[in-house]
Design a protein. Structure first.
Length: 123
């Protein structure tokens, strides 16, 4: 039997009908003991194993701690609010600092606020 080139195999696949390709797949599965469905199953398992956490969260200030002035400054830096508005936000606990932000941005905001002495939660 003459050895087929890769180009000849690809040319056959281009011209074959769906029924012929289906029979070819079944023949390969039987002869070599493999399954064409295995990669799909592996991909499904990989998707299930991946953590499915939230993609956006709301950062909520729950406690100011002992350094209220530092927390107000941090809130101004994060939100861009003026001094009076930032103070009102900090005084009205629990307060939403930023809504629907990415988890990476939320982690940065949390670090800034906790460094200032505040307690923060994600919702």
């Amino acid at each position: 039997m003459a050895k087929l080139t890769q180009e000849e195999i690809l040319a056959y696949l281009d011209e074959a009908t769906i029924l012929e390709l289906n029979e070819l797949v079944k023949a390969i599965e039987e002869k070599y003991g493999v399954s064409a469905a295995a990669p799909v199953a592996v991909a499904a398992v990989a998707e299930e194993a991946a953590p499915q956490g939230p993609t956006s969260v709301t950062v909520v200030l729950t406690d100011v701690g002992g350094a209220k002035v530092a927390v107000i400054k941090a809130v101004r830096e994060i939100t861009g609010l003026g001094l009076v508005d930032a103070k009102k936000l900090v005084d009205a606990l629990p307060a939403e600092i930023k809504k629907d932000v990415s988890t990476d941005e939320a982690d940065k905001i949390k670090k800034t606020l906790t460094d200032a002495g505040a307690t923060v939660e994600f919702k």
